[in-house]
Design a binder for this molecule. Structure first.
Ligand code: GN1
Ligand code: MG
Length: 354
């Protein structure tokens, strides 16, 4: 299968070492090693990304903009096929993309220490800052309504009506807890109607392995740009809270290990604001803690709705997988919510720790 795809780039598959790469749930990724050059090959999940061409056009537009306005930024541009295209579409209708593997770069699956969290947050902040003046109308929605919490909540309610009856009955407690946090959707609606929340170019998938680091631990750039599209800062800052604050990730079944660490919150606030302090409005800064609640809550809803819908979106490695993931995210949401006051203090003294 890889042979014809790589051939479109003039690469002979038999000369390559091809290995599965990364841990994404949606796209499939391989590392392709060809003599002294390495690449990342990705199959874009066409069920999820209905218009992969929008992704390709966004990346091209943003790449051009950065080359013009911030030539020092290391932007990972997909490799063009021999006939000048950014994507390969197979006869079966599958979409593939190749990009260079950044030499001497590495990524981390876990935010092990505050310095790493700070640096990752700085990189995502930098990306948004460098794109602050781009015309967001020129950038398409690669996943329309991706972080529309109101819609996600409606989809959850739909799953309660039309989903697997046995699973619904077994999820009574999780459903109750999700409903208890429904007020978080009201805040989201207020944000959508508040002009102090600017529509910016956001990454929308800010987990730490989407940042490349050099060998000295300095960030180089952000990667995995499929979900780069117009949005609110709460998506990026919130997903960092969701994925950096807890020592155990969304797969952890022992929820006593899932909790938010204030020192990591402080680290990502200072990293993010080191780039965006002058860009964010006071109202936005006031919603930094909310950002985490928003993203963790939305992820809990999405996992539980998928469980009720028989795992059609995320898949599952064991029967209750998405239910456990939802419980995990609710544990994290409880922990963030219990520490709201402490986190607010960290915002007013963001430069203390790192
Ligand atoms: C998916 O594919 P991956 O792992 O980068 C999902 C994110 C979720 C994440 C949870 C397009 O991201 O929104 O936060 O799983 N991406 C899409 O692990 O749905
Ligand atoms: Mg991703």
């Amino acid at each position: 299968m890889h042979a014809s795809i790589l051939a479109a780039y003039g690469i002979v598959a038999e000369e390559c070492i091809i290995q599965p790469f990364g841990s994404g749930l949606i796209n499939t990724t391989w590392k392709v090693i060809h003599n002294d050059q390495s690449f990342i090959l990705q199959r874009i999940n066409h069920q999820v990304f209905k218009q992969p061409e929008v992704i390709a056009a966004n990346i091209r537009y943003i790449g051009q903009y950065l080359r013009q306005h911030s030539p020092e930024y290391y932007f990972v541009q997909p490799v063009n096929t021999l006939d000048g295209k950014g994507l390969v579409i197979t006869a079966e209708g599958e979409y593939f993309r190749l990009q260079p593997f950044v030499p001497d770069s590495r990524s981390y699956d876990v935010a092990d220490d505050e310095q790493l969290a700070y640096e990752a947050a700085r990189q995502f902040g930098r990306f948004t800052r460098l794109l602050a003046d781009i015309d967001t109308k020129k950038i398409g929605d690669s996943l329309p309504d991706f972080h529309n919490l109101t819609l996600r909540y409606q989809q959850f309610e739909d799953a309660l009506k039309n989903g697997n009856k046995e699973r619904i009955a077994a999820s009574e407690e999780l459903i109750f807890r999700i409903r208890q946090y429904a007020y978080l959707t009201d805040t989201f609606e207020a944000i959508r109607h508040n002009p102090a929340f600017k529509i910016r170019v956001m990454h929308h998938d800010t987990k730490i392995n989407n940042v490349l680091f050099d060998n000295s631990g300095n960030g180089i750039c952000v990667i995995d740009l499929d979900t780069v599209m117009p949005g609110y800062f709460i998506s990026d800052f919130g997903d960092m809270m969701r994925t950096y604050l807890s020592p155990a990730n969304e797969e952890e079944k022992d929820f006593s290990k899932v909790h938010a660490r204030a020192s990591f919150f402080q680290a990502i606030v200072s990293g993010y604001l080191s780039e965006l302090r002058d860009e964010l409005s006071p109202d936005e800064i006031h919603h930094l803690v909310y950002a985490g609640q928003f993203m963790v809550y939305m992820q809990a809803i999405r996992f539980l709705a998928d469980y009720l819908n028989n795992d059609i979106y995320y898949g599952a490695r064991y029967d209750t997988h998405n239910s456990v993931r939802a419980g995990n995210q609710l544990a994290l949401l409880d922990s963030i919510t219990a520490q709201e006051g402490i986190f607010f203090k960290a915002i007013t003294t963001p430069d203390r720790v790192v």
